[in-house]
Design a binder for this molecule. Structure first.
Ligand SMILES: Cc1ncc(COP(=O)(O)O)c(C=O)c1O
Length: 382
């Protein structure tokens, strides 16, 4: 008799964008060129200062284990980042370095919730939230959102969600790029505090902003958990380094979990991440390119039939309403890739109820790639 496969692993959905990426790779292997608007990562390497620091560390450091909560110098530098950028005091003791933000989520969830607890989150949203929650026997509670509320959670939606133990907010959001303003963030934080609900704020796209200002939950809440990463603004996806800012009473519980799960975060990456903070000029240059790309797509795509987008205030995504073109965005994306060589992500990954009528377009690539995508899509839809 075969040993069993756990029920909880069966409750975790696949990431549909991976199927798009596989189809795109197949097309390229057959000799076609593909414009990659499906990717969720910067097209640039780590900043030069980070690369230099990594080289220096390889020559001088043993690259052994370090403390489970992160290298003290990096925790201190991240704390200073809050003073510099948000004008808020965060003590280094509350900063926990993680293996990308992806390992921050299970740490935050396990420290905050017990099996069966209910965690609210906006639909559309980043699919890993619900999949990690499912893997941990936690219940994801979808908050339906609309263009009118910028696809973000509201107190009104929370009031209708029944008993909840946690709320995940992402600003700027993947896939919509929309943000939660200061007043809205404070309102959500106060509601959570009044109800004893743990607020978890995914701030991984902070720094990549075109309209308005990003607000950290650390500015408006003593009890929120902030999740951040070096992957997006800092252009360091493959280095797998991120961080949490947590309330003091969660530091030790998370330290115990991190010690047992991971021992420590890759040491070489922590050296590089520390130096990345000194690269603002280079990194802001990437953000200027994203803005150019965004504006180019917003100007060009309507002629190809894509007319309705969530207001992309930050991150590097356009979330397009394609309900007038298809009722099956997965099939639509497959056909678009096959016939025009432009890869995008169907909305089903982000919104199980309504994603068949949406798709996500990433503009993290080169400006030349965006120009070519508009040209191809116009020709395809003619
Ligand atoms: C909203 C959001 N949160 C978290 C992540 C995870 O990123 P990482 O583990 O590289 O920090 C991503 C990746 O695309 C994301 O879009």
């Amino acid at each position: 008799m075969l040993p069993k496969v756990s029920r909880r692993s069966a409750s975790v959905d696949p990431f549909i964008v991976m199927d798009v990426m596989a189809a795109a790779a197949e097309k390229e292997a057959a000799g076609d060129t593909v414009i990659h608007l499906e990717v969720g990562q910067p097209s640039t390497p780590a900043p030069k200062a980070a690369l230099a620091a990594a080289h220096a560390a390889l020559d001088s450091d043993r690259i052994g284990y370090v403390a489970a909560l992160g290298m003290p110098a990096l925790r201190e530098r991240i704390a200073r980042h809050y003073r510099d950028i948000y004008r808020v005091e965060v003590s280094p003791e509350r900063v926990i370095v993680t293996t990308g933000s992806s390992s921050g989520f299970p740490l935050a969830f396990l420290a905050s919730f017990d099996a069966g607890d209910r965690v609210a989150l906006a639909a559309p949203g980043y699919p890993a939230y619900r999949n990690i929650l499912a893997a941990l026997n936690l219940e994801a509670v979808d908050l339906p959102t609309s263009a009118a509320d910028l696809f973000q959670p509201t107190v009104e939606a929370l009031e209708k969600a029944g008993r909840i133990d946690g709320l995940i907010v992402a600003s700027p959001s993947n896939p919509t790029g929309t943000m939660v303003g200061r007043a809205a963030m404070a309102k959500l934080a106060h509601w959570c505090d009044a109800k004893g609900v743990r607020l978890i704020s995914d701030e991984i796209y902070h720094g990549i902003v075109y309209e308005g200002e990003t607000v950290s939950a650390a500015e408006v809440s003593e009890t929120a958990i902030v999740v951040n990463s070096f992957s997006k603004y800092f252009s360091m996806t493959g280095w797998r380094v991120g961080w949490l800012v947590v309330p003091t009473d969660l530091v030790r519980p998370i330290e115990r979990l991190a010690q047992n799960f991971f021992i420590s975060v890759p040491t070489l990456s922590q050296h590089a991440a520390l130096a990345a903070f000194e690269s603002r000029e280079e990194l802001d240059g990437h953000v200027r390119r994203y803005r150019t790309n965004r504006d180019l797509l917003l100007a060009g795509l309507p002629a190809a039939g894509f007319t309705t987008f969530a207001p992309a205030e930050g991150a590097f995504y356009l979330y397009a309403d394609v309900a007038h073109l298809t009722n099956d965005s997965a099939e639509f994306c497959r056909r678009m890739l096959k016939e025009s060589g432009v890869a995008t992500t169907p909305g089903n990954d982000f919104d199980r109820a309504r994603g068949a009528g949406t798709l996500r377009i990433s503009f993290a690539g080169s400006t030349a790639a965006m120009e070519e995508a508009v040209r191809r899509l116009k020709a395809w839809r003619r």
